[in-house]
Write a protein that binds this ligand. Structure first.
Ligand code: SAM
Length: 292
């Protein structure tokens, strides 16, 4: 087996060899601890038949661990300066493809269809760039890609919000958006010391396993997500106040909103954070029908 990229010394050598300087604006915090990488891959339960999508391979620290135990890795990297480095560091692996592209602009479905024929399942595994974690996760989930799941490192604070339950201060529209599509779990808290440079915030690894179908039935997904976001716009306000001030013509439709809340047995003076995902689904299905 080849020497791991993810040791402080080897990483330093590689960066020095190529005169690479980190771009903070691209969320470049590289992992330099092989044990953490091994654990991340274990949580993803990869097999020789798994196709893996990685976002932001950096200098290939996680990529090589993925390549060793999966069928194929396709990694999207936005920073062109890393391409010659990756070509060098990942040269021992013939099952890795690097795509030089912003993941947010990529046609991931097309890439999956082209690159992953013959794989049994597809996982996304990544140490995400922290400035875009939420848009990346929402893109991967809303585009209805044939993924088994997602195992990613991100800010602990975001992981807490994603896996939060109703009634907690972390619970909000992000918890609902992610849990609507997946079973979400924080599987590991990660200290800052395993990165170079060290990020300013604590990190965590989450595992999102796609549900066969969303956890609740909604008639219009876009409207459902709009209602949840509006309900949390000002956390200290009641659900009624958020909906009347946040929905178009909300004030004129106050009575309709009150009767809709009563219809689904939700007291209008409750706060959004106390409503379950099922209650939000019921609410959006009723409002969709009654609002003009
Ligand atoms: N996987 C490497 C590791 O664990 O050491 C690097 C992880 S680093 C936190 C994030 C990586 O994502 C960087 O390589 C960065 O250049 C890349 N990146 C940032 N924004 C991106 C985007 N929109 N699309 C694809 N890659 C991106």
């Amino acid at each position: 087996m080849h020497k791991d990229i993810a040791t402080p010394l080897r990483t330093k050598e590689i960066l020095h060899k190529y005169g690479f300087s980190f771009k903070k604006s691209l969320g470049q915090n590289f992992l330099v601890d092989s044990n953490i990488l091994k654990k991340i891959t274990e949580f993803a339960e990869l097999t020789e038949e798994t196709g893996v999508i990685e976002i932001g391979p950096g200098i290939g620290a996680l990529t090589e661990h993925l390549a060793r135990i999966s069928k194929k890795v396709v990694a999207f990297e936005i920073d062109g300066r890393l391409l010659p480095i990756l070509e060098d560091t990942l040269s021992p692996y013939d099952n890795v493809k690097i795509i030089h592209q912003d993941i947010l602009k990529a046609n991931v479905l097309e890439v999956i269809q082209k690159e992953f024929s013959g794989t049994r399942d597809i996982m996304v595994v990544a140490n995400l760039p922290y400035y875009v974690t939420t848009p990346i996760l929402l893109k991967l989930l809303t585009e209805q890609l044939p993924l088994k799941g997602i195992v990613v490192m991100l800010q602990k604070e975001v992981a807490d919000r994603i896996s939060a339950s109703p009634g907690t201060k972390e619970y909000g529209s992000l918890s609902i958006a992610i849990q609507y599509y997946t079973k979400a779990e924080t599987v590991m808290i990660v200290p800052k010391t395993v990165f170079t440079p060290q990020p300013n915030v604590d990190s965590a690894v989450i595992r999102l396993l796609k549900r066969d179908k969303p956890i609740v039935e909604v008639e219009d997904e876009e409207f459902f997500f709009h209602i949840t976001r509006t309900s949390f716009a000002q956390r200290r306000k009641t659900i009624l106040n958020n909906l009347t001030s946040g929905l178009p013509n909300g004030k004129e439709n106050k009575e309709l909103i009150i009767s809709s809340l009563e219809k689904i047995n939700v007291d209008p003076s409750r706060r959004g954070e106390t409503l379950s995902i099922q209650e939000f689904a019921d609410l959006s299905n009723v409002l969709l029908k009654v609002l003009p």
